[in-house]
Design a protein around this ligand. Sequence first.
Ligand code: 6PG
Length: 238
Amino acid sequence: MLHISDNVESLITSVAEFFIAQCNEAIQRNGKFTVALSGGSSPKQLHTLLASEKYRNRLPWEKIYFFFGDERFVPADDAQSNYRMARETLFDTLKISADHVFAVNTTLQPAEAALAYEQTIRKHFGNGCRFDLIILGLGGDSHTASLFPHTEVLKERKALVKEVFVKEVNQFRITFTAPLINEANAIAFLTYGASKAEAVQHILKDQFYPEQYPAQLIRPLSGKVHWFLDKEAASKVV
Ligand code: 6PG
């Protein structure tokens, strides 16, 4: 489903409203809301808005559990850490308790960190690892989470979390795999800016070629994919 906004401000507002709706539905369903946040820069404004005076009282933060769809393999206080970005833009402001935030343990070796994170996810859910909401970004090269073009992890069908060395950024990443993402109840891509228009077209319009356009792998089994785009990012698909 496409949600196209005139500008970034109204886009972020519509994602915030969607987040609240998904949260309320999840709490109705199972008494809590388990969400995986995206990394990168796009989600910063969403976090800031959710933590603002205008929104913070509209969410039962004590019933929300936070995971990360991917993480850069850097220390938790590194400027590149997705956990640090979320801590600074969301958790600190709202004083979210540490037992509601599940960060990747990047003090381990990459493969161990991936295994440990998978175990953490399995423990949280008990049976079935079905996130209520997974927020994803889209890279200009059509990657999402840390599912980058021409990497082994794109073929992963069993593991829920994998380590991957990403040449483009010369860095190990820990990432949800496509099977885990596709288990989700709802998936929201948050993508804006002209620089993403071509990638959006590759994902939504072009032939199925996930080796080159990994975000094409995101096809939930029973959940729904929502694309929250501004006009610039949607310019090649509408
Ligand atoms: C990461 C993200 C990655 C991101 C895209 C878009 O760790 O970087 O998970 O998949 O969502 O690269 O990044 P921007 O929002 O910064 O354009």
